[in-house]
Design a protein around this ligand. Sequence first.
Ligand SMILES: Nc1ncnc2c1ncn2[C@@H]1O[C@H](COP(=O)(O)OP(=O)(O)OP(=O)(O)O)[C@@H](O)[C@H]1O
Length: 693
Amino acid sequence: MEERHRMTVGWPRRRPLDVAFNDISLVLDKTPILSRVGGTCKPGEVLAIMGPSGSGKTSLLNAISGRVRPTSGTITIGGSPLNKRHKRQICYVLQDDIFYTNLTLRQTLVYTALLRLPDSMTYQEKMNLVDHILDILDLKHCQDTIIGKVMNRGLSGGEKKRTNIACELLTNPSIMLLDEPTSGLDSSTAHSLITTLKQFAEKEHKTVIVTLHQPSSQIFYMVDRLLLLCNGQNAYFGDTRKVVEHFSNLGLPIAPHYNPADFILEQVKGPLEVQERLIQGAKEDIRLNFNIPENFTLQTSPSIQSLYSKYLSLPTVHVTTGIDNNQFPWNNKCTACQQQCQHIQQKCPTDVSVTIDIDKKESPIYNKIVVGEEEDSGRSSWSEETRSEASGPSSPCEEYTDVQWPTSFFTQFKVLTQRNFCVARPIILSWLNGAQTLILAIIAGLLWYQAPRTEESLQDIQGWMFFSTHYWMLFKLFSALQSFPAEREVITKERASGSYRVSAYYLAKMVGELPLTFTLPTLYFFISYSMMGWDNIITGFMLLFMLLLNTLVAQSVGLLIGAVCYDLQVGITIAAIFTLFTQLFGGYLANRIPPWLAWAKYLSMVHYAFQNMNIIQFTYGKEISCSMEHSRFNSCVEVSNNEADSHPIPIEEILAERGETLPIWLNTVILIGFMIVVRLLTYIMLRFLHRPK
Ligand SMILES: Nc1ncnc2c1ncn2[C@@H]1O[C@H](COP(=O)(O)OP(=O)(O)OP(=O)(O)O)[C@@H](O)[C@H]1O
């Protein structure tokens, strides 16, 4: 008991919130997807959205979660229209299990906890919570298993589903939306999952909405309410246990011993006439059950009306069901009236204006608003202890949901840096990349082995520089290109749930991957340059610096292309054009560039790195002696053949051979400037292009 209490200290407090969606229509690409769909779900309940494939279940869930804006209709959460503030009170468990596949289940949960739980919780509290959730969802036995993917198996399908739910549960959301949580699970796993959800709903006062495809009758009767969709329209909304009776009343009786879920789905997929009957039946059902006369209006005093509008416009208003349950026959149906609340000093009004226009399908739940006494809005999570704490002295207004981000920029940056390092390490330092680097370093070393510093070997030494800069440009550019597309789904999911700032993610990616980015080029350099002939430490480290800077520039370009292009094929094409252009104008392959094209070499980033490597090697390294005969350098020709072998070629002449040269500092500044601009552009693209809703 004590431990449980300790565990929940600092937990983000959540109020139970009901969900009401009314008259939701959605048109996508001129295709009507949903048409005037309505329903409600209150805390403690599980609402199942069912319907044939393509009937609009996911689209409706997307609308309720705020990821898709309905064309018309209203969605209210705890009585106030769905807005950004609700984002962290709603968890949305997607149909697909989107994770970093090389992290273990525990790592996944730990990083999620560190990112999504508020800074007010200590590290230990967050870890206790992770253990608690692993326990409840029966995931402890596989906590150290990697998530895995098709070619690298890890968690089973059911375990992945539960991991998906566990990540969302960590934040203790008030509302849980789950898209087909049982798909791909065997019947017993599916049953235990829905049982867990049902218990959450009941014990923790969560509002749970799930889409279900073809539930067993056991699962079917476990859900409290059912919204049946037929071609994007309500075919039934109400108590799950009454659906069979409703169908029977419409002349569609169920055969004995038939799974009711299968039966109703068969009917909504049935002939057009049956579908029409069901849709009409659903409309009539609302009218009859709610006993609402057409254009019913109950007028009240102007003062009450002004109170009504006043409190409706306040986001922090404490609104609750103040209508006498006996006053309106449909009141017990209008569960969404139990809206959550904050401090109100005024006395409860006893009457209220109710206007119901059936034709507009304005549900009474939006209109029956009465101001009442405060109720325990701090009730939040999993245990009685938390509840008592939440209703403690602090104001219920101090909800963590009002904070824009769950954690500070620094926390996000720190956790994401660790996670990026963890995720990127096995990819960047894979045995394949390691072997490739070793083999190429040794081949390059053997090819240019102990190259003499003479005019005859000059082109070879420059060849090593050209090859090294270009190899690492290609390697880093293409691996960076795949970096965003590979993690895009995870990032989009996490951004959509408001876990962190893009800036924190991007900066963490830069920093977290930096040591990994440098490892292989450094290994390559030390092997191949040593084999070619190490001149001195200063030359060696300056050359290494240029190689690494060039690698970072190439990585920046790869990241930018990856951030802009969703289509990897398009990205690869653009990257190929860029690298070929860079090579052609890099200063080694073509020296006699036509004057009208000379400007292009300034766009070739590798041209600056190559020039600097030349300057470093021939200025700080061993001197290059003139050729014994037929030297192509003027100063060599001028000296006699006898002393030629000891006469060094002036650096200016070596550099001039490859065209105009900029000073080393300017080349470096241009490279660093280019890298900064490209990285800033990448950030802008990540931030504003393809932003998740
Ligand atoms: N962007 C879009 N443009 C046009 N039609 C779309 C678009 N997105 C979805 N649809 C269509 O909307 C309909 C409903 O899709 P939705 O994914 O909501 O169905 P569903 O009931 O969840 O199906 P399933 O059970 O197969 O997952 C489908 O017919 C789908 O083809």
